[in-house]
Write a protein that binds this ligand. Structure first.
Ligand SMILES: [Zn+2]
Ligand SMILES: [Zn+2]
Length: 339
């Protein structure tokens, strides 16, 4: 399924087109992967509608890919034929810049994203550098593993960036798919920590308590104790200001949102230096993922275990899956199956 042009879902409900392409040939250090499942992500909507446009078209989208190694280019020896692997958002990075050498390949200037800067997994086959593919733990089916490769890995990264230690309090502002996963990870990894959830709807608050949060309230509520770190997954600004006031001295707010909308930006004028920033409070954003995030998260997800609820579509139904994601029709991760 290829994307040939940028358009809005309002005007075009079938932005992807099914075409026949020759099987890709793995270059040096790359493997050929026969795709069996590929998750459908909000980032695909951003690519199609031009908010994060692919630098060149046509392109095959898809960056939550599970499949089996079906061939290898020169010098690619890491996997044997038939081995199951996963591929995530990071397709490659230069490997030798200061960021890469420091383990921050997610911010490498030559960072390439799967399905945006290189062909992805909405296809029968794809190629990827072998060092950017991951063994998939046996407990997951292909379709279950696919969604873990994006939202789960990025949630894991945001949790890692909080520098949380067991026993410290964590806040989650916004309680969507990624925050659910983070809550499950915290309960497992930091059993003595308490999690506080800030969400607008009563339903989300109740769900958070059910999953193990010790407290859930509205965005502007003040929890009974200060928090060591807070992860924000909302597209708005008000939760940022509200979260900062709830941090301990030296506490950190991690923003796990690709972009913030301008509609409530006037909230930033409410910043009160003594309450919101003084005493060494920090703000850090999360960008992309590293290979370390993906492989560590896959191991953790198998250990907990975290098994996502999935809704399957055939490859031909990719446009319908995207429209349903855009319209937020049914909950559960959408996954394309190639059979
Ligand atoms: Zn994604
Ligand atoms: Zn680099």
């Amino acid at each position: 399924m290829v994307l040939t042009g940028i358009s809005s879902f309002r005007d075009n409900k079938t932005p992807l087109e099914m075409i026949d392409l020759p099987e890709p040939v793995p270059k040096e250090g790359e493997v050929l992967v026969q795709v069996s499942a590929c998750g459908v992500c909000h980032t695909e909507l951003d690519e199609i509608e031009g908010r994060t446009p692919p630098p060149a078209l046509p392109i095959i989208p898809g960056h939550q890919v599970v499949g089996r190694v079906a061939g290898a280019g020169k010098k690619a020896k890491r996997f044997h034929t038939g081995e199951r692997v996963g591929i995530g958002w990071i397709f490659s990075a230069c490997g030798h810049c200061a960021a890469c050498l420091a383990g921050d390949e997610n911010v490498c200037e030559e960072f390439k994203a799967t399905g945006r800067d290189a062909n992805g997994g909405y296809a029968g086959f794809m190629t990827v550098p072998e060092n950017f593919a991951y063994p998939i733990p046996d407990i997951f089916s292909d379709a279950e593993a696919a969604p873990l490769l994006c939202a789960g890995a990025i949630g894991y990264r945001s949790l890692r960036l909080t520098n949380l230690k067991d026993g410290q309090n964590l806040g989650l502002t916004g309680f969507g798919a990624s925050a659910h996963l983070v809550l499950k990870m915290v309960l497992h990894k930091y059993p003595s920590s308490r999690v506080y959830v800030f969400a607008r709807s009563q339903k989300e608050q109740a769900f958070a308590r059910e999953l193990g949060a010790v407290w859930a309230g509205n965005t502007e509520d003040e929890p009974p104790e200060k928090l060591h770190s807070i992860i924000d997954t909302t597209p708005a600004w008000k939760p940022i200001i509200e979260a900062l006031k709830n941090l301990v001295s030296g506490g950190r707010l991690v923003i796990n949102a690709i972009r913030k909308e301008d509609t409530d930006k006037d909230n930033l004028l409410r910043v009160n230096y003594p309450n919101h920033l003084w005493l060494e409070k920090e703000i850090k954003s999360v960008a992309n993922v590293t290979r370390r995030d993906i492989s560590e998260f896959l191991r953790l997800a198998a250990e907990i275990p975290i098994k996502p609820e999935v809704q399957e579509f055939s490859l031909e139904e990719a446009n319908r899956a995207l429209v349903e994601l855009k319209e937020a029709k049914i909950r559960g991760a959408k996954v394309l199956r190639m059979d």
